[in-house]
Design a protein around this ligand. Structure first.
Ligand code: GCW
Length: 652
């Protein structure tokens, strides 16, 4: 009896240890030693080595001549030397070596030289003081009551891919983010992240002098306002001597800004930059602006920022979303990137999947970001920011595969030329297994997943036809009275009896004109416009002949159906992965993929049946026909806030 009981316990514990919960992210090496305690970033580098490195002796050497954060790794005769100009470079070199070890790659005869593309590789958390995370699909804020053990994993994960900055709070910033109480909390976090070479930054509310300081104005040219900011900044630097600076969303979506006081973005940004300069702090000023009155939201960043090109202080960087509208599954790049010539710029990617199935869909974002870099030269930018997908969920990101997007962001901020395949390969080997029977098929799934999402959500240049509010699922018909037009899908898809799409040519809103000549000509002409952005730039007649020979309507139908079939294929591939993955992660991913296949059908059926009410054309015979009914789908709503992940999608 006793023996049977013990056996049961033993059996249970084996199964339990085989199961992984994803909390270790891609850092799954087990400790081989207990490190001696050392401090500072170099201390962290030594500790990581002592704890996890299984190879021969490694020397960490400070060496002049290399750019900051860069490193070399050279190994000869069993001895490895990591050299770098600064301690962070040594730490990155150590993580490189550990990555090779974890992937089972050769760790001898190395001759590696790595230099980051950007000095600033930064996460933006949209975390609120009450613990909610805007567009957060992985639980609540990790910064609310930071757990030291989790903060250590967070710091290690970031440093392991070279991320060296983090903005702790939402760009829709509450004034209290700068209260002494909150600054104390920020200090505590900064103290935990500093040994990993990570600096903290804060988003600020431009009206803080009024709402926190009790002043009558927040006019950036007012002497008292400037004094208020100086005092506040001095207070911050007393607590956090290496504080990085401010991120600002101003005069956008109801947030206050310098325009409220008759001043420009440059006036506002430069005032803050002046106050931060003595401390070597910077201002990241967002270009995400649009007004309800304008004829085309996509035009507005250029309209507002081009007249200010060259007027910003040198410690201001303009932070621009990759596309001109808002993190859609596919957008052309924001033309501001090529229009502005005299202003430092950085790109803002969205790691959290606000418009890509939240934490339910497997969508690997590296291909999307690489696509951006095929239009915008990496060297034309100063830095890279990513809106984090991190929360207090056990597996950090809600979906095990969403961890890959955090990883990919860091790798691309270090080197935008790394291919999506390589990133997926590295991440799979570290996070799951080096077994090729998993790595090869799942790498393909990851690399194909973004195009699949575009297909089942918004093919051929469609955009912003999401459900209002939470943005999960299709709602191309969403147009309630009183909601501003540019927050409703019909503003973007413009479906009518003639066709579908937004005329942004010179006959329409002339958005195409904001691109360099060569691209302007390409986009402005329907016969040369790439089909993957066709309805972004053109109102396309239903019978327009596509390159495939099909009519536009038939092509649209087929694209949606392709997306559905691709997701079913992803599920089938994953189903076959069971032998190579622990049960827990296998089941969790499988469940999410099942949701995704059903959501893909929901997208296809809702969009095609709705657009069919305009096109009056049949769904082609040679594809699967909708399995749902439009009326029912139009009544269906998921009632969640923008701080939650839906437990499942369409379930009727
Ligand atoms: O993507 C949109 C989101 C908002 C967000 C805003 C922004 C933080 O729907 O939730 O607010 O953009 O980027 O400022």
């Amino acid at each position: 009896m006793m023996a049977a009981f013990l056996l049961l316990i033993a059996g249970w514990s084996v199964a339990a240890t085989n199961d992984e919960d994803g909390s270790r992210l891609w850092l799954r090496l087990d400790a081989v030693n207990t490190p001696s305690s050392v401090t500072g970033v170099k201390g962290t580098a030594m500790t990581e080595l002592q704890t996890y490195w299984q190879g021969g002796p490694v020397v960490l050497k400070r060496q002049k001549g290399l750019p900051m954060d860069g490193y070399t790794i050279t190994s000869t005769g069993g001895k490895t030397v990591i050299a770098a100009a600064n301690d962070a470079g040594l730490l990155y070199g150590v993580y490189h070596l550990l990555r090779l070890q974890q992937m089972g790659q050769p760790c001898t005869n190395l001759s590696i030289r790595e230099v980051p593309a950007y000095d600033l590789r930064i996460l933006n958390h949209w975390d609120n003081p009450n613990g909610t995370v805007e567009r957060g699909f992985a639980g609540r804020s990790i910064f609310l009551n930071p757990d030291p053990a989790r903060m250590k994993i967070y710091a290690r994960a970031n440093a392991s891919v070279g991320i060296n900055g983090t903005v702790l709070n939402n760009v829709n910033a509450k004034p209290e983010a700068l209260s002494t109480d909150h600054l104390q909390k920020a200090k505590a976090i900064a103290d935990q992240l500093r040994p990993y070479g990570i600096r903290v930054y804060l988003s600020i509310n431009f009206a803080s002098p009024i709402r926190l300081g009790g002043l009558k104005t927040a006019d950036p040219l007012d002497a008292e306002v400037i004094r208020w900011w100086k005092d506040k900044v001095n207070e911050i630097y007393k607590l956090i001597p290496d504080f990085g600076g401010f991120l600002v969303k101003a005069n956008s979506e109801g947030e206050p800004g310098p325009q409220d006081f008759g001043r420009t973005h440059a006036d506002g940004a430069n005032m803050l930059a002046g106050v931060l300069r003595p401390h070597k702090g910077i201002v990241m000023w967002r270009a995400f602006v649009y007004k309800p009155q304008s004829s085309d939201r996509a035009n507005q960043a250029c309209e507002e920022f081009m007249p200010l090109d060259g007027q910003f202080a040198d410690n201001v960087i303009i932070q621009i979303k990759n596309g001109p509208v808002d993190f859609q599954p596919r957008e052309p790049y924001s033309p501001l990137f090529t229009a502005m010539q005299k202003t430092p710029m950085m790109v803002e990617f969205q790691i959290t999947q606000e418009y890509l199935g939240a934490a339910n869909h497997l969508v690997f974002l590296a291909p999307m970001w690489r696509e951006f870099f095929s239009f915008v030269k990496p060297a034309s930018l100063k830095a890279m920011a990513g809106v984090a997908n991190i929360g207090d969920d056990t597996n950090w990101c809600g979906h095990h595969f969403a961890q890959a997007n955090w990883y990919a962001f860091g790798r691309l901020a270090w080197n935008p030329a790394i291919t999506s395949e390589q990133i997926a390969d590295e991440w799979l080997r570290q996070t799951f297994t080096g077994d090729e029977r998993l790595v090869n098929p799942m790498k393909q799934v990851m690399v194909d997943s973004r195009e699949a999402a575009v297909n089942y959500m918004m093919p051929l240049g469609l955009h912003h036809i999401f459900a209002g509010g939470h943005h999960y699922g299709p709602e191309p018909w969403y147009n309630p009275p009183g909601v501003r037009a540019d927050w409703t899908p019909p503003y973007y898809h413009r479906a009518d009896s003639i066709g579908l799409g937004f005329d942004r040519t010179t006959k329409g809103t002339a958005n195409a004109r904001q691109y360099p000549d060569e691209l302007f000509r390409l986009y402005n002409n329907i016969s040369t416009c790439p089909e993957n952005v066709l309805t972004w730039f053109h109102h396309v007649p239903w019978d327009y002949r596509m390159k495939s020979g099909r009519t536009f309507w038939d092509e649209l139908c087929h694209k949606y159906d392709d997306g559905v079939r691709q997701t079913r294929h992803f599920l089938a591939v994953w189903d076959a992965m069971k032998p190579y993955v622990d049960n827990r992660r296998f089941d969790e991913v499988q469940r999410k993929l099942r949701i995704q296949t059903r959501d893909a059908e929901w997208w296809r059926d809702a969009c095609l049946l709705y657009f069919q009410t305009f096109s009056h054309r049949p769904i082609p015979q040679d594809m699967e026909h909708p399995v749902h009914n439009l009326d029912e789908m139009m009544k269906f709503r998921i009632n969640i806030t923008m701080y939650e992940n839906p437990v499942c999608g369409y379930n009727k």
